[in-house]
Design a binder for this molecule. Structure first.
Ligand SMILES: [Mg+2]
Length: 170
């Protein structure tokens, strides 16, 4: 179960602040795109998303995209940003997460991956030996496969929440 457990559960990507990253000792973020930063139908980052990148980037945070989506989606999204990017990344496999760290010139202990899916993003993060930040999907698909996935995520999220509560009361 530990492999599925996020290190942080956030309500949206922009909850990640410089202060939070400093607390975790993180100076690089490996980012999922779809449903983490923007819904599937947004081809470009919104102004608010760009502002978030600017703020963290100005503080020295590095970024890379690791997406299971195709080349066109990832290149278009990254056009105005120009970060290292890896498409058809086959998360939960760690290979492209490791390549992303290499491209950013950072070590696992100073890197976190942020994504919206436990069985791709969180697993890929831990497989690469880095922290996992989990956000809820911005706008989930409603097909059977996605619904099953979310159903399977539920007990893990409940367990995470219980653990948090216990920590808070200690
Ligand atoms: Mg996603």
């Amino acid at each position: 179960m530990g492999w599925c457990m996020p290190n942080r559960r956030l309500s949206k990507f922009s909850d990640v602040t410089c202060a939070m990253l400093a607390e975790d000792g993180v100076r690089a973020l490996v980012l999922d795109i779809d449903n983490t930063l923007e819904p599937y139908e947004n081809p470009d980052p919104t102004e608010a998303t760009l502002a978030w990148f600017r703020e963290l980037g100005d503080a020295g945070i590095r970024f890379a995209f690791v997406s299971n989506n195709g080349r066109a989606r990832v290149e278009r999204f990254n056009r105005a940003l120009g970060f290292p990017y890896f498409y058809k990344a086959k998360k939960p496999f760690a290979k492209n997460v490791r390549r992303a760290m290499q491209a950013m010139g950072v070590r696992p202990e100073e890197t976190a991956l942020m994504g919206d899916q436990i069985f791709t993003d969180v697993l890929a993060a831990h497989a690469a030996g880095i922290r996992a930040y989990l956000v809820p999907p911005i706008k989930d698909k409603t097909d059977v496969f996605t619904r099953c996935k979310r159903l399977l995520e539920r007990p893990i999220l409940r367990r995470y929440d219980r653990r948090q509560k216990k920590e808070e009361t200690q």
